[in-house]
Ligand binder design. Structure first.
Ligand code: ATP
Ligand code: MG
Length: 386
């Protein structure tokens, strides 16, 4: 049964991904209630209603579930339990099962590896020998266990994002102090790979199993944070096809109904390893707002409401550049540097405090070719940085 425009939709999370979902929903005539513990978030400040409460607040969940025909989430770190409770009242997408896997690197890697999707070599680090002197114990334990794993990256299993909760570990001797810095949280130790490039695919999958994939994005990160996305990705057609194929297979294996992003590492020999999955729209899919017939956020609305999916076809090539808080160091950036280019589109998320590393907005440059889009995008980037 479809949810018709005019209905109230619910959203867990107050950030920019939720803001763009809310805009897409409202532009199709839906209303949106946001559940977010914080005040003045990018999504709650434009929503029709803001329930200010914890994600596990049972009264708030009951109220949201009764007031809304369908509920979605803008990030995977909401308690999966909240989605389970909401599903007793209304349509929920993504399901608790998708979120449970994607919010925990250990479960995520196990899910991928056991289903035959190749991931970087890794080890789970959680049961440490009960010793005060980790530096003495760990190298013996771990160089014996994972001889080929170093240099590696230690990643906290839960609640990491934008490279937070990650530290490089050059050799087994450094593992003890690196793990000590993770406050006893379970971690994944992952081999540091020489990456040829990184790509991602956004998949939209409806409750009826209908699947649409967006064009593959090539992603450049800086300090673990997405910096620039280039679409279509400059990789071979074979890699493009395989990336789309793997992304669909993952969505199907998860029985995921919703939007899903699959991030890949591309190695020099053309191998594609799955880095991580996000059961929601993703920063690397922001280009779809301006460059595709249907955006990733509109697909999220369509899926939640049981509507047919839209076309993911692109109007041309696109390059998206993230705007981090660092750019505000010398005051408000000069936005005319972006806007004087007719094919550049500016998106700001309405955040009040511009902290370094905080995602404040992005712009997308459209052009006929990737080269032209990239050149202009980088020119704009330089002029903004002054
Ligand atoms: P996100 O914001 O995408 O959730 P995250 O904090 O979960 O990011 P990852 O995607 O695991 O972090 O890593 C961030 C970036 O760090 C990657 O996109 C990649 O550039 C680099 N990186 C992570 N793991 C590895 C690795 N094993 N080898 C080489 N580079 C890596
Ligand atoms: Mg990532």
């Amino acid at each position: 049964m479809s949810i018709m425009p005019g209905a109230m939709l619910g959203l867990l999370g107050g950030g920019q991904l939720g803001r763009m979902f809310t805009m897409a929903a409202q532009s199709m005539g839906y209303r949106v209630t946001v559940l977010d513990p914080a005040d003045n978030g990018p999504s709650s400040s434009i929503a029709d209603r803001h329930l200010r409460a914890d994600y596990l607040d049972s009264d708030a969940l009951h109220e949201l579930g009764c007031a809304c025909a369908g509920v979605t989430t803008e990030f995977e770190n909401v308690p999966a339990e909240s989605l389970r409770i909401l599903a007793e009242h209304c349509v929920v997408s993504p399901a608790a099962s998708s979120v449970t896997i994607a919010q925990d690197r250990i479960l995520e890697k196990k899910f991928l590896a056991t289903n035959g999707f190749e991931v970087a070599p890794y080890a789970v680090i959680q049961d440490l020998p009960n010793s005060n002197n980790l530096d003495e114990v760990l190298p013996q334990v771990h160089s014996a266990l994972f001889p080929g794993l170093f240099p590696a990256i230690l990643k906290v299993s839960r609640f990491g994002y934008d490279g937070k909760g990650q530290v490089r570990v050059g050799n087994a001797a450094e593992l003890g102090s690196a793990f000590a810095g993770m406050n006893g949280e379970a971690c994944v130790l992952e081999q540091l790979l020489p990456l040829e490039s990184e790509v991602s695919v956004i998949v939209a999958r409806g409750f009826d199993g209908e699947v649409v994939t967006f064009p593959v994005s090539e992603n450049q990160h800086r300090h673990g944070i997405l910096d620039v996305s280039i679409i279509p990705a400059r990789v071979s057609p074979v890699i493009i096809e395989r990336a789309r194929d793997i992304a669909i297979q993952i969505a199907e294996k998860l029985d995921h109904c919703g939007v899903l992003c699959v991030e890949f590492f591309v190695l020099a020999d053309g191998r594609l390893l799955v880095n991580e999955i996000a059961p929601r729209p993703h920063n690397s899919g922001h280009y779809t707002l301006d460059a595709c017939i249907t955006s990733q956020f509109e697909q999220q609305v369509r899926i939640l409401c049981g509507m047919p999916l839209g076309s993911a076809a692109m109007h041309g090539a696109a390059v998206m550049v993230n705007l981090l808080g660092d750019l505000w160091q010398r005051g408000e950036p000069r936005w005319e540097q972006v806007l004087r280019h007719p094919a550049a589109k500016l998106h700001l998320y309405g955040k009040f405090a511009a902290r370094p590393g905080r995602k404040m907005g992005h712009y997308t440059v459209l052009a006929e070719t990737v080269e032209a889009a990239l050149q202009l995008a980088l020119e704009i980037k330089q002029s903004l940085q002054g």
